[in-house]
Design a protein around this ligand. Structure first.
Ligand code: SAM
Length: 192
């Protein structure tokens, strides 16, 4: 996993407001790293890639990585992070809805961290139909929130609703917990 010193080296290149600061990101990355090996040699799509720190970690294992980020500000931070990435990686500044409507690439793994509840119903439906249905593995992280955000009707701020949705399309899910963080790992039953 990325060291604090490396994170500092990368994040000092970011300008303006920082979301993926070490204090917030370190416990999330530590939990994620227990399962990151599942992404070995996969073609990964991440939605809500922010400053690209997960992309940095994932690219050490994946065959290819695409990170989608709607905020120009965070996308520009991710471009600076990309200078530290050796693997095949790309960050795209686009809203998920536009990407999901126009994308022609195939991904066999999907990740998102604290993002599914930001997406609207149409984005979730397109993810299910066009992306998740082709994935071997899907990894999502959420946390307990006092006031869950609800941009779609599926309440995906709660890990059990993510599991329900993915299991309904043929995945088998496990949950890993660390304090208030929940990591949902869903494997396609037919591909493992
Ligand atoms: C709560 S932050 C999580 C950032 C990062 N995944 C992490 O855990 O450190 C949500 C991120 O998703 C992005 N985002 C939200 N809705 C999006 C959408 N519809 N399309 C693309 N990116 C989106 C936000 O700009 C933000 O960077």
């Amino acid at each position: 996993m990325i060291t604090k010193a490396k994170h500092h080296e990368i994040s000092k290149k970011w300008r303006g407001k920082i979301y993926e600061h070490w204090k917030r990101t370190e416990p999330r990355l530590r939990l994620f790293n227990t399962v990151v090996g599942l992404l070995k040699d996969k073609d990964i799509l991440e939605i809500g890639s922010n400053a690209g720190i997960y992309g940095y970690e994932i690219s050490k294992h994946s065959k290819s990585y695409v990170g989608i980020e709607e905020s120009r500000h965070y996308y520009k931070q991710a471009l600076r992070t990309k200078r530290f990435i050796d693997g095949d990686s790309e960050f795209i500044n686009i809203k998920a809805i536009k990407f999901l409507k126009t994308n022609s690439r195939t991904f066999n793994a999907f990740v998102s961290f604290f993002v599914l509840y930001h997406l609207n119903n149409k984005e979730i439906d397109l993810l299910r139909k066009n992306i998740w249905s082709k994935c071997d593995v899907i990894i999502n992280m959420v946390r307990i929130q006092n006031k869950p955000l609800k941009k779609n009707g599926y309440y995906l701020c709660k890990y059990n609703n993510i599991i329900k949705m993915l299991n309904a399309i043929g995945f088998v899910s496990e949950v890993y917990k660390n304090n208030n963080l929940y990591l949902v790992v869903s494997k396609n039953e037919t591909s493992w």
